[in-house]
Design a protein around this ligand. Structure first.
Ligand code: C5P
Length: 219
């Protein structure tokens, strides 16, 4: 007898994080950012003497990892990596880590633990398809590559990044989408029962309101 769950999936830069946070706030649900968990593992690998493709060593690392996740902060093995996981370096390497079976098994297990009692809005790539296949509401949030690159550029400029161009960002996004959608395990895919929202030209408020009203209809 658990409380409802909302699953929000979609490609990089579709506005998932901002919208998911707001939906959680408005509905009084817990916010779960599963991408942050894959990013934290990636950060740990990059800061260990382990190659990105050394699956055995990464499996060993993941089997002993301690992740502490709140809506405001993420810690891995006691270290606060909330900001460190957002760098271009982590972003460029995360798809290689998130494609590995041992990593996904461990993180999905932890995510399902957070969702055990429900009352969660979770965002990621495989939430509606694998993590919470019985979610009461599934949203697939997407936007054109151009729109997503534009938004990423704003975020990065805001964070003090000056070296990046829109063309580079479009390429990065396309590459990450391709890798996330073509991996063997739990690729990015719209669940059959997900509602797609294309966010080009919509404001954060528009999208949030739409999801909140879909939730109220679904419950
Ligand atoms: O959402 P975000 O951009 O932070 O996700 C970072 C990466 O983590 C994605 O590009 C993807 O490789 C991986 N990821 C995943 N499954 C999820 C969430 C994120 O594979 N549920």
């Amino acid at each position: 007898n658990r409380k409802p769950i909302i699953a929000i999936d979609g490609p990089a830069g579709a506005g998932k994080s901002t919208v998911t946070r707001r939906v959680a706030q408005q509905l009084g649900l817990m916010y779960l950012d599963t991408g942050a968990m894959y990013r934290a593992i990636t950060w740990l690998v990059l800061n260990s003497n382990i190659n990105l493709d050394d699956e055995a060593a990464i499996a060993e690392l993941v089997s002993q990892v301690s992740l502490e996740l709140t809506p405001q902060q993420i810690k891995i093995n006691g270290q606060d990596v909330t900001e460190a996981i957002r760098t271009l370096q982590v972003t460029a390497s995360v798809s290689a880590i998130s494609a590995q079976g041992a990593v996904r098994r461990e993180l999905v297990k932890q995510q399902q633990g957070y969702g055990q009692k429900g009352g969660v809005v979770a965002e990621g790539r495989d939430i509606g398809t694998h993590v919470f296949p019985h979610a009461e509401l599934k949203i697939f949030l997407t936007a054109s590559v151009q729109e997503r690159a534009k938004r990423r550029l704003q975020d990065l400029i805001h964070a003090g990044e000056k070296q990046i161009t829109i063309t580079q960002l479009e390429q990065d996004i396309q590459l990450r989408d391709y890798r996330d959608s073509h991996r063997q395990i739990a690729p990015l895919q719209k669940a059959a029962d997900a509602i797609e929202i294309i966010t080009d030209g919509l404001t954060i408020e528009d999208v949030t309101a739409k999801i909140v009203s879909l939730y109220q209809e679904a419950i």
